[in-house]
Ligand binder design. Sequence first.
Ligand code: ATR
Length: 289
Amino acid sequence: MMGEIDSCTRLTGLFGHPVGHSLSPLMHNRAFQELGLPYLYAAFDIEPSNIASAVESIRALGLRGVNVTIPHKVAVMPFLDEIDEEARQIGAVNTIVNENGRLIGYNTDGRGYVQSLIEEGNINPPDARVLMLGAGGAARGVSLALLRAGVERVVITNRTYAKAEQLAVELTQLFPGRDIRSIPVEQIACEIKESTLLVQTTSIGMHPDNEASPIPAEYLHSRLLVSDLIYNPLQTRIQRDALAAGARIHSGVGMFIYQGALSFEYWTGRKAPVHIMREAVLASLTADK
Ligand code: ATR
């Protein structure tokens, strides 16, 4: 049972634009309730022009902290008192913690991803040979987190090759000595044979394009774990193809749940009830169908 909402209730929430479809309020409120913690999580739709005053309001209103999502993850950074080293490396903040008026920015997306990969995908990062599809913001965050977790080899490919090349150069500067490369998409067929973890970070296959896949089904093989950051649909075309090829799959819903769990732990100091959070999210995603 959640305690009564009273004068001791601590407020957390989400800063985004739009926020109407976010599952974070449901997930966090269910988790607070499960542990009987006097917290509430609300969604705040913040126009980009209001982001500075919104961050200031965390201090003014005494919010315990917030999650930050599109389009504010970079924009909030100048208004914080401190930015954690990992968030600085990623160049974006998805979690703010208010420590007695001092606002600290963290990024739990990449770490959440790796944690879900380890726990749900049964992967030992140092052994994984990664092929990354896409070179945008998500690919950058996930690659950094994988490298921080000890991955030795990351090969990046992207429709716009120059972006893959640029990301590979940047990651090599941060992690010299690792095997980090970019390849044009024409070389996927050969590279994938050497890979054990395929990370799909593009928007291909996202609802309503449920039948689209970024690579031909015949490239997939049984030594692969196919991880897709998309979680709507819950199983993407590439994941269905992967199962048919005898490969294992890892769902994007894990990243969402674990990034939330890490934020929850920053705000409450308590271990997040991950199973309850997953149950709430999955129930909502399948109810939508
Ligand atoms: P995110 O933050 O989700 O990573 P992003 O930074 O806009 O979003 O990156 C989107 C990624 O999906 C890019 O790698 C993009 O490829 P380009 O750099 O060539 O644009 C990729 N992507 C999106 N739609 C695609 C499509 N139809 N075919 C191939 N790649 C696509």
